[in-house]
Design a protein around this ligand. Structure first.
Ligand SMILES: [Fe+2]
Ligand SMILES: [Fe+2]
Length: 170
């Protein structure tokens, strides 16, 4: 199998891990009485599944073989909401690195189609880091406690799901 197809298969697994991680974070937020944060994370998990599907479809479109591996177990508990969002941001930074590395590989292999395909994910990661980063900043400003957290919870609860992979730009 080509190196690119191999890397894309690994990334399918990582996107499912992201979904699993965010679902676990959503459960944590539900358990501490923050339904808005929980809903935001649940939507985030759903978005990660669409990323996996986009990679899956591309592997098939290129005549590659989709190989699904076991999804690792995510952490199940955190000390406080700020820790969760910081862990989410760190996770997204790792994912960004994966897409940058894959793009480097596509350049090296002179695989232009893969480069164009991967560019969607490279831009998507800018948004992903930004949305986690914004919440980390907001929580830091309010010291992660008090009335501010409840206001933020209400704000995050307003997020709705859109499948970005199905829009014109996707
Ligand atoms: Fe993703
Ligand atoms: Fe993500």
């Amino acid at each position: 199998m080509s190196k690119i197809i191999d890397a894309l298969n690994t990334q399918i697994n990582k996107e499912y891990y992201s979904a699993y991680l965010y679902l676990s974070m959503s459960a944590y937020f539900s358990s501490v009485g923050l339904p808005g944060f929980a809903s935001w994370m649940r939507i985030q998990a759903k978005e990660e599944m669409t990323h996996a599907a986009k990679l899956y479809d591309y592997v098939l479109a290129r005549g590659g073989k989709v190989v699904l591996k076991a999804v690792a177990e995510p952490p199940a508990s955190w000390k406080k909401p700020l820790d969760v969002m910081k862990a989410g941001l760190e996770h997204e930074k790792k994912v960004t690195k994966c897409f940058n590395d894959m793009t480097d590989l596509a350049v090296k292999e002179k695989d232009h189609a893969a480069q164009i395909f991967l560019s969607w994910f490279v831009s998507e990661q800018v948004q992903e880091e930004q949305s986690f980063g914004d919440i980390v900043n907001a929580l830091t400003l309010i010291n992660g406690e008090g009335q501010g957290v409840l206001m933020l919870d209400r704000e995050l609860g307003a997020r709705t799901f859109t499948d970005e992979t199905q829009t014109a730009a996707g």
